[in-house]
Write a protein that binds this ligand. Structure first.
Ligand code: HEC
Ligand code: HEC
Length: 404
């Protein structure tokens, strides 16, 4: 009897509820209308970093290695908060942040491609192409130099994130327009209030929030991370890896000597278990940017030289994190390599004799090193690089488009 009553009651509620809900949304627009945000913000601030991010377990001879956490570039005035990163997420996916409302940060930094772009050069708001290939954003938090862009021209992430918005090709706004457009959207004042304690909208706050969201993109659940958690140090074979992946890992973490001297040490330039660029003033040189021998002569892109005007910086580029590298071709600052096989062939046989070529990449006669890797070893390096893809992270709702 009681269950029949409940059944009738719920049938009654069910039949009334849908038209009522429609009426509600039409009559009383929610401030977050069009936004798919959770009532309680996702956790961005209190991330459990695995031990291999917090402790350096490389052998002592790998002097250039550090624990990733010691590279953290978070400034004291902008630690990641849940409300701040939530605001950053909305800004990151908001196409209104471009002159004609067609392009967002996510247009060129797509989660499914490691927050990079499968296009060699990205399309800006008016269909023009960017000068360089878009960069993956995962583990941006761990670049020790704290510098951003291929030529490291932005001194901090806070400085970087406002530049694409003002770029003539990318988003085409000035900061006044940006502040006006953001102020005009009903969903922003409560998000600014939650993030900064007041509804005041300024480009500075926009930059802080965007930087928080980008810094929250940390990869800790790739095949590499899960397999690594089972062993005490990264040099040991990982039980969860295939023999080929373990072989590739050994090649990656130990200098590959050439028969005429010199060595390619992948881990020397793709450092720590966050796989980021090296510490400046370390064995690789004064800057964290490096010339890895793509060209014998710099012609249309002079890299870090364009920012510093120091001739020693000509042809040097930022060494980006290799996290998610397997799913974000094409490769290098100009996207010249379509596959990881081509990248490995570059280090194997293609290094060019540029005046600023990284010294370890020269042999005893001063020529660029030639490795003569076997086909098996090349394939093993590629297999290892694929273990750095973090599908769990890239598909996580908290990093996804809140407008969908
Ligand atoms: C039209 C495409 C496009 C848009 C839109 C865009 N970017 Fe980029 N992004 C790029 C390209 C291309 C580069 C590399 C440019 C260079 O180095 O000169 C880059 C580089 C970066 C970097 C440097 C990463 C590193 O490791 O040094 C960050 C961070 C970044 N973008 C964040 C953003 C944010 C935040 C937004 C939105 C406010 C945005 N981008 C909008 C294409 C784009
Ligand atoms: C001497 C330093 C150095 C060494 C050694 C080195 N790299 Fe690099 N790597 C770089 C730099 C710098 C770049 C970016 C160059 C550019 O785009 O101009 C790069 C780029 C890459 C990229 C493309 C990244 C992207 O986002 O497009 C991959 C993949 C890569 N390296 C893998 C390796 C592997 C594998 C090895 C070992 C066989 C290795 N690297 C050795 C410095 C180095």
């Amino acid at each position: 009897m009681r269950s029949l009553f409940l059944f009738l009651l719920s049938a009654l509620i069910f039949s009334c509820s849908s038209p009522k809900e429609d009426e509600y949304t039409v009559l009383m627009p929610d401030p977050f209308i069009g936004l798919n945000l959770p009532n309680t913000p996702f956790n961005y601030s209190d991330i459990d970093l695995p031990a291999h991010y917090t402790q350096n377990a490389f052998p002592p001879q790998a002097q250039f290695q550090r624990e990733a956490i010691s590279f953290d570039n978070t400034p004291v005035n902008n630690s990641v908060t849940n409300a701040g990163a939530t605001l950053g997420r909305v800004l990151f996916y908001d196409e209104k942040l471009s002159a004609n409302g067609t392009v967002s940060c996510a247009s060129c930094h797509q989660a499914a491609f490691g927050f990079s772009d499968p296009e060699r050069l990205s399309e800006g708001f008016e269909g023009e192409r960017t000068r360089r290939h878009s960069m993956g954003l995962v583990n941006a938090r761990f670049y020790f130099s704290g510098k951003f862009f291929w030529d490291e021209r932005a001194a901090s992430l806070e400085e970087q994130v406002l530049q694409p918005i003002q770029d003539e090709v990318e988003m085409g706004l000035n900061l006044n327009d940006l502040e006006r457009i953001v102020s005009e959207q009903a969903y922003y004042p409560p998000l600014f209030e939650a993030a900064f304690g007041s509804e005041t909208i300024s480009s500075e706050r926009i930059g802080l929030a965007l930087a928080q969201f980008v810094r929250s993109l940390v990869s800790t659940t790739s095949k590499y991370d899960l397999a690594r958690a089972e062993v005490a140090n990264p040099m040991l074979d990982f039980p969860a890896f295939t023999a080929q992946e373990n072989r590739g890992k050994t090649l990656f973490f130990s200098p590959i000597e050439s028969s005429t001297g010199g060595a390619v040490n992948c881990a020397g330039c793709h450092v720590s278990e966050a796989f980021v660029g090296p510490i400046p003033n370390g064995p690789i040189g004064p800057s964290s940017a490096i010339n890895n021998g793509l060209d014998a002569v710099s012609t249309d892109d002079h890299g870090v030289f364009e920012a510093t005007r120091n001739p020693n910086d000509r042809g040097k580029f930022k060494s980006p994190s290799l996290r998610n590298i397997g799913i974000r071709p094409p490769y290098m600052h100009d996207g010249r390599f379509a596959t990881l096989e081509e990248v490995i062939e570059h280090y194997n046989s293609g290094i060019q004799d540029h005046p600023t070529l990284a010294p370890p990449l020269r042999d005893n006669n001063g020529n660029p090193v030639r490795l003569n890797l076997s086909e098996e070893d090349k394939a093993a390096l590629v297999a290892f690089l694929h273990t750095l893809t973090d599908y769990n992270m890239l598909e996580d709702e908290k990093f996804s488009d809140p407008f969908q």
